[in-house]
Design a protein around this ligand. Structure first.
Ligand code: ATP
Ligand code: MG
Length: 237
């Protein structure tokens, strides 16, 4: 009997906070590709760069609470245990060193974030280190990448993808609805004392309210328009 191939999803982000849209990305990819595991990995942001609103401790806690409802998912502190800015290229190398070949890895990413892929560390070699699974985000259809990033179109594929051990890494495009939510919108609503019910999982909402995260009086709160936040959007490069 041959063992079922492992299909390992990796979902990275600042998760400041983790929300319904992130969970939709993981759920859609898990269903469409038959992922056997999903690692949700909050990125490290060096303290001197002040790029996140909530601390790494809170971001990891919320991530762990959010994955509690998904038996095959794990919150990973891999990037938080390494000093300095997190780079996906480095994270993928660590997966390879732990015995996961590129053919078993599926890096999950929203279509908005994938538009910046050419700015990422180790581009274009990074495209050979994992499958990329690009999931649409409201206003950002995945299929449009075939012409928006036409230089990569030959690597793009639509599901279903038959599992093959020696498969060259692909860019898999998935157009499925995901919640029209962003961490920025959640932080703005909290700053104005508006409800975030339904935008995050109930446990995460409770954690945010209990600790006053992103509220007007929250010590870690920074102005939304501060330049550091613009930097944070490019974090996974
Ligand atoms: P921020 O507003 O702080 O940038 P965000 O909501 O964009 O936060 P990130 O942590 O930046 O969340 O995103 C992590 C990953 O999740 C990225 O690949 C992003 O494209 C994807 N993503 C986030 N929200 C959605 C969504 N609603 N639908 C699809 N993909 C999403
Ligand atoms: Mg973002």
């Amino acid at each position: 009997m041959t063992a079922q191939p492992r299909r390992i999803g990796i979902l990275g982000g600042t998760f400041d906070p983790i929300h319904r849209g992130h969970l939709d990305v993981g759920t859609v990819a898990e269903r469409v590709l038959g992922l056997t595991r999903v690692f949700v990995i909050p990125a490290n942001v060096p303290p001197h760069r002040h790029q996140t609103f909530a601390s790494a401790f809170h971001r990891f806690t919320m991530t762990a609470m959010a994955v509690a409802d998904y038996p095959a998912w794990r919150a990973s502190d891999l990037e938080l245990r390494h000093e300095g800015t997190s780079y996906t290229a480095v994270t993928l190398k660590q997966f390879h060193e732990r015995g996961y070949p590129p053919s078993e890895l599926y890096f999950l990413i929203g279509a908005d974030a994938f538009m910046d892929i050419a700015t990422w560390r180790d581009y274009p070699k990074i495209l050979d280190r994992t499958h990329f699974v690009v999931v649409s985000r409201p206003g950002h259809p995945a299929g449009a990448l075939r012409y928006k990033l036409s230089g990569l179109a030959s690597r793009m594929a639509d599901p279903p993808i038959e599992p093959m051990e020696e498969m060259d890494p692909l860019i898999i495009l998935i157009d499925e609805p995901t919640a029209d939510v962003s961490s920025t919108a959640i932080r703005e609503r909290r700053a104005h004392n508006e409800s975030i019910t339904g935008m995050v999982s109930p446990r995460v909402e409770q954690h945010i309210l209990q600790h006053g995260l992103y509220g007007a009086a929250f010590p870690g709160r920074r102005r939304i328009d501060q330049p550091a936040q613009i930097e944070a959007d490019k974090l996974h490069g």
